[in-house]
Ligand binder design. Structure first.
Ligand SMILES: NC(=O)c1ccc[n+]([C@@H]2O[C@H](COP(=O)([O-])OP(=O)(O)OC[C@H]3O[C@@H](n4cnc5c(N)ncnc54)[C@H](OP(=O)(O)O)[C@@H]3O)[C@@H](O)[C@H]2O)c1
Length: 253
């Protein structure tokens, strides 16, 4: 039997219980990795995803926090071994909300910046082990809003831009250790039969995006996850510091 390109590797999927993270976890497991499915509060769902993966580990941790990241990695390492694949699909910023910079509730930016801090904490804890292994794959799941403004998403977009920049810095700093770091940036993600959003601002955004896309529909969470998983494969060792836009061909220039 083909052992899969990730056989013998341990992967940690931060936000492994999310819409995208779940498919990333099962995709990595299908490729042969032992997968740790991280969650915030959804312990039952994390356990269910571990069963879908055919084994692995479910582990909850509230991010950001250096101590939380330390406990998270120590638990995974003790149970599964050294982590050489880190996918960060966690969203500690919580609900997206839509409000112009002038009108946004106080504290919104700080809430979204928790995602940057979490990414920093995870990378910082992951990198020494990857250096020791001479191999590492980091993929940050960002959002296309960081590059093409849609009114009302400033705080979210600013945080995604910051964490994406951090990922590119990791790529620049760690290439000599066999470590790649890339960003996957989806626009709207939706199942083909999903209804349009109820929120009028999100509905308007969805319509505007459709008009700009080359492809006839938005990508699904599973399709986003497939790209994430591919970037972790050993054969993609020349792809680093890149942003893969999953926006239905919206950026054509
Ligand atoms: N889905 C989309 O349409 C879309 C589009 C563009 C970009 N993105 C980006 O893609 C990434 C994944 O999106 P998604 O829709 O899959 O996310 P999601 O379904 O909202 O899942 C969020 C994940 O983050 C975890 N989480 C929440 N708060 C946390 C905290 N304080 N500490 C640690 N973990 C926490 C959740 O754990 P629990 O399950 O335990 O709560 C869950 O696993 C996000 O960065 C998002 O911004 C998504």
């Amino acid at each position: 039997m083909n052992p899969g390109p990730l056989a013998g590797r341990v992967a940690l999927v931060a936000g492994g219980t999310g819409a995208i993270g779940r498919h990333v976890a099962t995709g990595l497991a299908a490729a042969g990795a032992a997968v740790a499915v991280h969650c915030h509060r959804s312990a039952g769902l994390a356990a269910e995803i571990v069963r879908e993966c055919g084994g692995g580990l479910a582990v909850c941790a509230a991010l950001p926090g250096e101590r939380a990241a330390e406990r998270l990695f120590a638990t995974v390492e003790a149970e599964l071994g050294p982590v050489t694949i880190l996918v960060n699909a966690a969203e500690p910023g919580g609900a997206l909300g839509v409000a112009a910079v002038a009108d946004v509730e106080a504290g919104t930016l700080e809430r979204h910046l928790d995602g940057v801090r979490a990414h920093h904490d995870l990378c910082r804890r992951a990198l020494p082990g990857m250096r020791a292994a001479g191999f590492g794959r980091i993929v940050f799941v960002s959002g296309a809003l960081m590059a093409r403004p849609m009114p009302g998403m400033g705080a979210y977009a600013a945080a995604k831009a910051a964490a994406s920049a951090l990922t590119r810095y990791v790529a620049a700093e760690e290439g000599g250790h066999g470590i790649t770091a890339n960003v996957v940036a989806p626009g709207r993600v939706a199942e083909p039969d999903a209804p349009e959003p109820d929120d009028p601002a999100l509905l308007e955004m969805s319509r505007a995006l459709r008009q700009r896309m080359a492809l006839p529909r938005f990508p699904t969470a599973q399709e986003v996850a497939r790209t994430v998983v591919a970037l972790t494969f050993p054969e993609f060792d020349q792809v680093t510091g890149q942003t893969v836009w999953l926006t239905g061909g919206e950026f054509t220039s």
